[in-house]
Design a protein around this ligand. Structure first.
Ligand SMILES: [Ca+2]
Length: 508
């Protein structure tokens, strides 16, 4: 009778405690002490088919894979029992119970109140999941009452992350069949369900510049080993972007591939991988574009046909900058003849340009005007971009000689950047003349402003303004060729926006 009475109270108490989510029985008598907890999980993944002991929740259950939860029971009762292990939350559709061992578990009477510790393994297998996420599941141990003892309960909670392999990589940058890319390009792709990535770049089997076909590329096969090992042009990391530190060959077509990885596998790949072609004469810079300042870099080229002209000149600019709308970019031929500067880009303010980061683009006369807007994602400006002034102006010039790229950060707003690389390409092949490729990061804009004031020069008198005068008649100052400045005189006005390129040109 006494036993029956104890049984009813303990059942009530443990039921109450179950409702409260407490381990039962916390405040029962020592003779009813029964607890369980998750000791660890054994997870089976494509990378660890023999299982991996995971001590830290959430425990990963991969699609079409298994896991085992090991429960530790502590029994301090003065009677023996059978304990059944069962879920008290719904496992379906994310996972199913596969088995419990041992079930039931026999626990002997605790000798003199010292604990009896036993382990039980519960096997789970994933359901047909196509999503991933954390799920909290509760298991309980339930005594049988077979020996006339009260039915006792103990609870344990496991946090399980169901996961599926990453979806196919969404290639964003570099877009397939882009030409005139820098030789240390920046790559960006979509991030989805991946913990890390592996990028491989390989030269295409078809190198004919007259076709955009790549053929095949000798990319290393990646089965389940995400490490690069000795693979060339390979990178692994956690970011869904990468700036290549190896230098690709100029004027070559390359294919690339990105695998997304998580514990549950590799992303699958589209049949056709993206490819791109590098520009002809490239100059790796790394020079900083000072905030509110000017960067000039000079570089020399050789034409493969010496003395030949530069039809369809293209200028590749790869600049890592925190706000592309600060920038004004121009190109000048500085020797053997002087021509320019020719304005490539002038502080674009179209959609997404303000605060847009990174330029990785080739300025070409058949490009798309920036006035159509920048990209919402990095790089803000990419692909083939129409220059502000036609590069066809340079067509009568020789490809050989020294060229100067000028990047002016017109806003002192704390946003600066780096010119990573720039390149020249034309329908007649050019190559960089490494023997004569001096780089001259130059004067800050402050010095240019001072020089301008000393001359009595003024602020912005650019091609689209009428602040300049020929006598008393407003006139348009232009930056395009011919080389010599137009005879315009600009009034001295307070500086607001720096305009060194223009103002130097507007010298009376
Ligand atoms: Ca700035």
């Amino acid at each position: 009778m006494a036993a029956k009475f104890i049984g009813r109270t303990s059942l009530l108490a443990s039921g109450l405690m179950l409702a409260l989510g407490l381990h039962a029985p916390l405040f029962a008598q020592v003779s009813q002490d029964f607890q369980m907890r998750v000791e660890y999980a054994v997870t089976y993944t494509p990378f660890e088919p023999n299982g991996h002991i995971d001590l830290t929740p959430p425990y990963t259950l991969c699609g079409n894979n298994q896991m085992a939860l090991r429960f530790r029971y502590t029994w301090r009762n003065s009677f023996q029992e059978y304990v059944y292990t069962e879920p008290v939350t719904t496992l379906w559709p994310y996972m199913y119970m596969q088995g419990v061992n041992p079930n039931p578990l026999q626990v002997p009477a605790s000798p003199g109140g010292s604990p009896v510790v036993k382990m039980v393994d519960v096997g789970l297998i994933s359901g047909q999941v196509n999503t991933s996420g954390n799920r909290q599941v509760v298991f309980r141990g339930r005594t049988s009452g077979f020996f006339g003892n009260p039915v006792l309960y103990a609870n344990a909670t496991a946090l399980i992350e169901t996961q599926i392999p990453p979806p196919p990589t969404g290639y964003r940058e570099i877009e397939d069949r882009t030409v005139d890319m820098p030789t240390q390009p920046w790559f960006g792709w979509s991030a989805s369900l991946s913990d890390s990535y592996r990028l491989d770049v390989g030269q295409c089997s078809i190198q004919d510049p007259n076709t955009t076909d790549c053929g095949t590329a000798s990319l290393p096969s990646v089965v389940l080993d995400p490490a690069c090992g000795t693979a060339p042009l390979c990178w692994t990391g956690n970011e869904n972007e990468h700036q290549l530190t190896d230098t690709l060959a100029s004027d070559k077509r390359y294919m690339y591939r990105v695998y997304g990885l998580n514990q549950c596998g590799l992303s699958t790949q589209a049949d056709e991988l993206p490819s791109f072609r590098t520009a002809q004469a490239c100059f790796i810079s790394g020079a900083s574009i000072p905030d509110g300042g000017v960067l000039n870099v000079d570089a020399a080229t050789l034409g493969l046909n010496p003395g030949s002209l530069v039809p369809n000149l293209r200028v590749t600019v790869h600049a890592d900058h925190a706000d592309v709308s600060d920038l004004r970019i121009s190109l000048t031929k500085t020797s053997p003849v002087v021509a320019g500067p020719l304005l490539l880009m002038d502080r674009p303010t179209a959609t997404n340009c303000v605060a847009g980061t990174r330029i990785q683009a080739a300025f070409a006369d058949n490009g798309t005007p920036i006035s159509g807007g920048c990209n919402p994602l990095e790089p803000a400006i990419n692909g083939r971009v129409a220059p502000q002034q036609a590069l066809a102006s340079f067509a009568p010039l020789q490809g050989e000689g020294t060229w100067r790229l000028t990047i002016e950060d017109t806003e002192t707003d704390g946003k600066a950047g780096t010119l990573r690389e720039w390149c020249l390409s034309a329908d007649v092949a050019l190559r960089d003349d490494l023997a004569q490729a001096p780089i001259f990061p130059t004067a800050s804009i402050t010095r240019l402003r001072r020089a301008e004031r000393a001359r009595g020069g003024g602020r912005d008198g650019g091609a689209r303004t009428a602040r300049c005068f020929r006598g008393s008649t407003p006139c348009r100052c232009r930056l395009s060729l011919p080389v010599r400045p137009w005879p315009c005189r600009c009034p001295a006005l307070p500086w607001r926006r720096a305009a060194s390129v223009r103002s130097r040109f507007h010298r009376p």
